[in-house]
Design a protein around this ligand. Structure first.
Ligand SMILES: [Zn+2]
Length: 322
């Protein structure tokens, strides 16, 4: 993570408040004795505007920069979307470019073999941010920028983005809807905000067939959820054959999440990580980077993140997955 990510402050009454990352860091520290030999904690470096411009318009980049300056001047949150729910504080620019930068550092390190896998504790989240608009608590789309950068730098060619946040990542889908070399797989609840992500949305032009939206109804049982996740994931990976996997790791499909209506427990995210690792080891030497998206019950999100990190750090042998 980048230290600035913890400071982005839409307000303590906002679901995406600063306590999410504090709880996560505490839980990871508490688990550190067990994971000590296998996990290294690294501070990311901030991204440059040129990195953001790989997927975002100069207007959006300027808007976030100006809103951050205005928030500093007025000492109040500044809304950057129509609903007023996506707020910028005086720390938001540093947090957003810190999150993007940490994703880029992690992705490059995994792509070049310096790390086997990585989990990025990013704030604010990113998967709702489109090329032109911030929305859904998201300012810049860290996962999309990482995918575009890996391709631009020749570090990966066929990238699978697995988005298991309970909401559809409309921004990521939009950015890669016409892109043949980035497969966007979203597993999300329907009906739910933002209302996109119908299974009929499968990509267009060169990107036809490289978007797959799998929807689950509110209250889907845990075993059914995990079974559908594994089946859909394996089908996509066998067809697309990725050489790098990014996870948009939201934890709002946990039971008790205030914005989701699913029943998952923290250990289920360990199982889903194992499933992703299974296809990653089959196709791309286990290269996986998971990036925090949503998840609005801080304590349970933190536990699920630890289960994800535990799975990512486990020595992998064929048959390890579930
Ligand atoms: Zn979400």
């Amino acid at each position: 993570m980048h230290p600035s990510s913890a400071l982005h402050g839409p307000g303590w009454g906002h679901p995406e408040h600063q306590g999410r990352l504090r709880a996560l860091v505490s839980a990871v520290r508490a688990a550190t004795p067990e994971l000590h030999d296998r996990v290294e904690s690294l501070a990311g470096t901030a991204a440059e505007p040129a990195d953001l411009l790989r997927v975002h318009s100069p207007e959006l980049v300027a808007r976030i920069q100006e809103a951050t300056a205005e928030a500093a001047r007025t000492e109040a949150g500044v809304a950057v979307d129509e609903t007023g729910e996506t707020l910028v504080s005086s720390a938001s620019w540093a947090a957003a470019v810190g999150s993007v930068g940490a994703c880029l550092d992690a992705s490059r390190a995994v792509a070049t073999g310096q790390l086997q896998s990585a989990f990025v504790a990013a704030r604010p989240p990113g998967h709702h941010a489109t090329g032109d608009d911030a929305m859904g608590f998201c300012l810049f789309n860290s996962v999309a920028i990482a995918a575009a950068t890996l391709r631009a730098e020749g570090l990966a060619d066929r990238i699978l983005i697995v988005d298991w946040d309970v909401h559809h990542g409309n921004g990521t889908q939009d950015i890669f809807f016409e892109e043949a070399h980035v497969f966007y797989l979203s597993f999300h609840e329907s009906p739910s905000w933002p209302g996109t992500g119908h299974p009929s949305e499968t990509g267009v032009g060169a990107g036809a067939g490289t978007t797959l939206n799998h929807t689950v109804t509110p209250g889907t049982g845990r075993s059914q959820y995990l079974e559908e996740f594994g089946t859909v994931l394996c089908g996509v990976a066998d067809e697309f054959s990725p050489d790098f996997v990014l996870i948009s790791a939201g934890f709002d499909a946990l039971a008790e999440d205030p914005l989701g209506h699913q029943c998952l427990e923290p250990e289920d995210f360990g199982s889903m990580t194992d499933a992703v690792l299974g296809v990653a080891w089959e196709h791309c030497e286990g290269r996986v980077v998971a990036v925090l998206e949503g998840g609005y019950h801080p304590a349970r999100t933190a536990r699920a993140a630890v289960e994800t990190i535990r799975a990512l750090s486990r020595p992998w042998t064929r048959g390890s997955g579930t």
